[in-house]
Design a binder for this molecule. Sequence first.
Ligand code: PLP
Length: 406
Amino acid sequence: TVAPLARASLLSRIGNVQEHVTSHDLVHKTMRMIVASRAKESHPSEDSFFVGDLGVVAHQVRSWRDNLPSVQPHYAVKCNSEPQVLRLLAGLDVSFDCASKHEISEVLPLIRDPRRIVYANTVKHPSYIRYAAEVGVKRMTFDSVDELHKIKENHPDAELLLRIVTDDSASLCRLSCKFGAPPDMWPDLLKTARDIGLNVIGVAFHVGSGCTNSESYRDAIRDARLAFAEAEAYGHTMRVLDIGGGFETETFVDTAKHIRSAISEFHFENTELIAEPGRFFVSKAFTLATCVLGRRLTKSDASEGMLYLSDGVYGNLNLIIFDHQVVQPTLLEAGGSSDTTMTASVWGPTCDGLDRINQVVEFPRTVNVGDWLYFENVGAYSLSASTSFNGFNRGCEIHYVYSGVH
Ligand code: PLP
């Protein structure tokens, strides 16, 4: 549950609070209301908008606490850094994973306690490390000797987590190509840290973003135990295990079961356990509505064509490119007869051929300019990486609701 005060102040800022209504019904009702109210304006906007259901975010946090009660989540701010989301999570006693000075400065006023932040970026700007030192953020990850020297110079009291490499082959977005020290590098890293007087307090890993193989977490926890032993041999006192992010709603209960059993198998019960979930908290909480700006028929009987929308891969649907997501558009109001259909490719608004959202989608043949389509489950890595290329998508509207989920 949300702390009562935080909850009251949060709900007072949300337009549509209907805790007894399902998320699906409330989000659809809200989209229709917005489209209808825009239609009444003298110059209605075709710009896309989000409906964000904060009830879903709160539900995901509850699910986390139910399934992994001993692991303190540090939400990965990069995933969706909208102030309402951060405020809700802060009120729910979630901690934060920040990767930059800006992310730290956004989160700190919400939580006040810098110990609730892990600076989980293995390669940091020296000036950002100094900023972390100034504001009291101590925990940070590393995976190279050079980073150790940088930290020594800028934040000698930091508390370090050695990021180890993982098998990320079962993940949507692989990270081991860029981050994580392999076992043969651990001795050098741990010895250097000891020799220059740095404090290694634990191990971090990330099995890759969007991980559907629960075994990956078990294998990484097993490797973390080996890294703990190595670090202790170099005189470090190890007390934190950071099991990273990657969690998917569909496989979460099973993944959590594997993690609980690996924690016990590899004797981490008395270690402080933390994690860095991102998409798990927000992905299902946001729906994007976009307007059909154009239609080009490619068969004269109107059985095939192309639809051009007011948002695309340079905007909020960048997750198609950066996050390897497949998204499915649905007509908000399926008017006319639905037994005659057309197939259409779906495109964004920019002047670029890369801006394709779908190759083939089936629509009622009545679909036309001015209709609205929506995309569900687009809360993660969407707004946070959106560009305004070609002058589109500047300041996308977000309408918040709070449903009872179900
Ligand atoms: N932590 C780190 C260091 C990351 O790089 C990422 C994503 O790239 C995350 C956490 C969040 O991952 P996810 O959204 O898959 O949970």
